[in-house]
Design a protein around this ligand. Structure first.
Ligand code: CP
Length: 319
C-alpha cells in the first residue's frame, strides 16, 4: 500500500480498496479521543491551514475540530473576500498557496472552481486536502459516509445503495468512484435535468461499477441497505457564494426526491440506514430525524473522527 505521509487527498478516484480500509482502521483507533472529549498531543507540532473560498459549516469546522482534538494548531480563512484572492487583485491559487505553505503543514481547501485544490497541490510543498471543489469532488465527505456505513452496518461489501438527489453534485462523484472499490450495487434517482453526466457514466463503466438509474424513489427504496440523499433544491456550486432571502421562493423538493417518514415505514427495509451530507432543504423532513433509519447526526461525529484519521496519516504521525 502507498504511504499516506505527505500525500494529497484530492479525489477518491485514485483511492485503492486497501487504502479505504487503512483510513477506517486509523479512524477506529482514534475514535475514543473524540468520544471521550479528551484532546491528545499527537499533532502538537503541526498546523492546519484552512483555505475556504466557499461557505462551509461541517467540512471546515470538522477539520478544525479534528486538528484541535489531536493537539494541533489551526490558521486560515473562511471567506476569501478577506484575502487578496477576493479583492481587486484576485490573487491566483499559485500565489496564495506559495504563501500558505509556510503558514502551516497541511492545507484543506474548498473552492468554487472544479480542480482548484489540484492546482494548489501542484504548487504546494505540503499536503492539500480537497474540501469540495465546485461540482468536482468531496472526498472527505464520502469517506465519512463510508465510515458511517462500516460503523453502523459492520461491513461495506454486499450492501445495496440508493442515491437520491442532484447527480451533478461533488459528493455523488466521490461516491461513484469510491463504490467502484467495493461490492456495492447502487441505484441513482434524480430529476432528469440533474442526471449523471455521460462522461461520468463512462468512467463508472470503465471501473465496472454495478449501477442502474431509476425514475422513482418509491420503486427503488425497498432494496436499499443504505439510502444517501442530497438536495435537488440547492445553490450554484460554481459560485463563491449563493445567497437567498429567508422568504424567497426557491421551490420545494418534488415528492419523488423526498424521503419521508411514511415512505421509510411503508417501503424501506427495516434495518436500512439513511445518510445525508447536509445542509438539507426539505428532502428529508425533520420528523425523520428521530426514526431508526436516520444516521446523519452520527455522521457529524464520524466526520470529525474521519478527519482526525486523515490528518494523522498525511502528517506521517500514523502509518
Ligand atoms: N457536508 C458538507 O460539505 O457540509 P458543509 O458545506 O457545511 O461543509
Amino acid at each position: 500500500m502507498r504511504s499516506f505521509a505527505g500525500r494529497d487527498i484530492l479525489s477518491l478516484k485514485d483511492f485503492e480498496r486497501n487504502e479505504f480500509f487503512r483510513v477506517f482502521e486509523i479512524a477506529e483507533k482514534l475514535e475514543p479521543i473524540a468520544r471521550n472529549r479528551k484532546n491528545t498531543d499527537l499533532l502538537k507540532e503541526k498546523t492546519l491551514v484552512t483555505a475556504f473560498y466557499q461557505p462551509s459549516t461541517r467540512t471546515r469546522l470538522a477539520h478544525e475540530a479534528a486538528m484541535i482534538r489531536l493537539g494541533g494548531q489551526v490558521t486560515g480563512f473562511s471567506d476569501a473576500k478577506n484575502t487578496r484572492a477576493g479583492d481587486f487583485y484576485l490573487e491566483s491559487i499559485k500565489d496564495t498557496v506559495k504563501m500558505l505553505e509556510f503558514y502551516g503543514d497541511m492545507i484543506v481547501m474548498r473552492h468554487f472552481q472544479q480542480g482548484a485544490p489540484h492546482e494548489a497541490a501542484k504548487w504546494a510543498s505540503i499536503p492539500v486536502i480537497n474540501g469540495g471543489d465546485g461540482w468536482g469532488e468531496h472526498p472527505t465527505q464520502v469517506l465519512t459516509d463510508l465510515y458511517t456505513v462500516l460503523r453502523e452496518k459492520g461491513r461495506i461489501d454486499g450492501l445495496k445503495w440508493l442515491a437520491v438527489g442532484d447527480m451533478r453534485m461533488r459528493t455523488m462523484h466521490s461516491l461513484g468512484y469510491a463504490l467502484t472499490q467495493f461490492d456495492c450495487p447502487i441505484t441513482f434517482v434524480s430529476p432528469p435535468d440533474m442526471s449523471l453526466t455521460d462522461e461520468f457514466q463512462d468512467e463508472l463503466k470503465d471501473f465496472s461499477l454495478d449501477y442502474k438509474i431509476a425514475d422513482h424513489v418509491e420503486e427503488a427504496i425497498a432494496d436499499a441497505d443504505v439510502i444517501l440523499v442530497e438536495p435537488v433544491v440547492q445553490p450554484d456550486y460554481t459560485k463563491s457564494r449563493d445567497e437567498r432571502d429567508a422568504d424567497s421562493d426557491v421551490g420545494m423538493t418534488p415528492d419523488n426526491y423526498k424521503i419521508t417518514r411514511e415512505l421509510l415505514s411503508t417501503k424501506a427495509k427495516s434495518d436500512a440506514i439513511l445518510l445525508h451530507s447536509l445542509p438539507r432543504m426539505d428532502e428529508i423532513p425533520v420528523d425523520v430525524d428521530i426514526t431508526r433509519w436516520s444516521r446523519y447526526w452520527q455522521e457529524a461525529f464520524n466526520g470529525v473522527v474521519m478527519r482526525m484519521a486523515l490528518l494523522a496519516l498525511i502528517s506521517g504521525k500514523m502509518e
